[in-house]
Design a protein around this ligand. Structure first.
Ligand code: ZN
Ligand code: ZN
Length: 343
């Protein structure tokens, strides 16, 4: 990747990371001699309150047009400008190219995402609070009967528990996948009524000051068959092996392999079709990637999920926790019981 003298940061989580601004319309011009934050009239107050370490500029009209007008009116010399191509629409790219004549646009994708991988104590504190809210929501949910309720009703119960406990917006749509739908790794809650003796995969998160956690538990609405219990135990062991092995300096691909080999040895090699996990922070899915083909290396201060699963044609089991990588190993932030639970 080439390096640009100036970088334009437009992806909202990246803008928030750099400046503290939580609104939806803001961008940052980051250069050797300048640190400017742009927003529009609607966010003037919010920017004054939240943005730290950047000079705030209020632009008129659409954000990027306003940014270009500012650059031209101040005659800012931008010979090269790095942009986040991985988050920028083609229309916005063309607009920049048209309006910033004489500026060479280069791809600076991932620059801020890399910085976001290792969390500060403050960031970890927020993820820890979000995790406690998610754990507590599961504790409340297990006191309710799931049989006879629709998946959507269960999702709403969970969300209301988390909102009451102080969670911000849900980081992603809650997954409640029951019965045969549990075989769909991303089966968002639907109209299906949960029946007795079924697995129910529940995957969700809370957020605190923009920081998320991500947790999955597979509950059962009655006794499971021997085979279902064997699958559950295999997933639980695979997760435990990976949690025990995780430490700074370890290749994420090697960690993925530990869980995958265990599931393969139990005869379900083809039934674990997704990656082992991912970073969590301002976004529910961020770097590093814990996968077979990942080049990432674990570092102390990273917050990641470990979430093996087995999906047969008829049903699925996934167990996921959010963990902090420390010098002493991985410390779970979400800690609701992983024992098989009948609800
Ligand atoms: Zn999840
Ligand atoms: Zn996840």
């Amino acid at each position: 990747m080439q390096s640009a003298a100036d970088t334009l940061v437009t992806h909202p989580p990246n803008v928030r990371y750099l400046t503290g601004f939580s609104g939806s319309s803001g961008c940052v011009l980051l250069g050797r001699r300048r640190r400017l934050f742009f927003t529009d009239f609607r966010y003037r107050r919010q920017a004054e309150r939240q943005v730290k370490g950047y000079d705030v500029r209020i632009v008129e009209g659409a954000l990027l047009s306003g940014f270009c007008a500012y650059v031209r009116s101040r005659r800012l010399k931008l010979e090269t400008l790095g942009v986040e191509s991985n988050h920028m629409s083609h229309a916005d790219y063309l607009l920049l190219r048209r309006r910033l004549k004489g500026t060479r646009l280069i791809d600076n994708s991932g620059l801020v995402e890399k910085q976001r991988r290792v969390k500060s104590r403050r960031e970890v504190g927020r993820i820890r609070r979000a995790s406690a809210i998610a754990d507590e929501a599961l504790s409340r949910l297990r006191r309710h009967r799931l049989t006879g309720r629709s998946e959507r009703q269960v999702a709403w119960l969970l969300e209301s528990f988390m909102r009451e406990a102080g969670s911000g917006p849900m980081p992603f749509e809650i997954i409640v996948a029951s019965g045969h739908r549990s075989a769909m790794p991303h089966g968002v809650a639907g109209e299906r009524i949960i029946r007795k003796h079924e697995p129910v995969v529940i995957d969700f998160g809370a957020s605190v000051d923009g920081y998320c956690c991500d947790i999955t538990r597979t509950l059962a609405t009655g006794r499971l068959s021997k085979r279902q219990l064997f699958i559950y135990e295999t997933v639980r062991q695979a997760q435990q092996l990976a949690i025990e092995a995780a430490r700074p300096g370890m290749a994420c691909a090697a960690l993925d392999k530990i869980a995958r080999d265990h599931i393969g040895a139990a005869g379900f090699g083809d039934a674990f079709g997704h990656s082992l996990g991912h970073g969590v922070g301002l976004e529910a899915h961020e770097q590093p990637l814990l996968a077979q083909k990942s080049w990432d290396i674990l570092e102390a201060g990273m917050v990641v999920t470990i979430e093996p699963g087995i999906y047969t044609g008829r049903s699925g089991v996934r167990i996921e926790d959010t963990l902090l990588i420390t010098a002493e190993g991985a410390k779970p932030l979400t800690s609701f019981t992983r024992s098989p639970l009948i609800v």
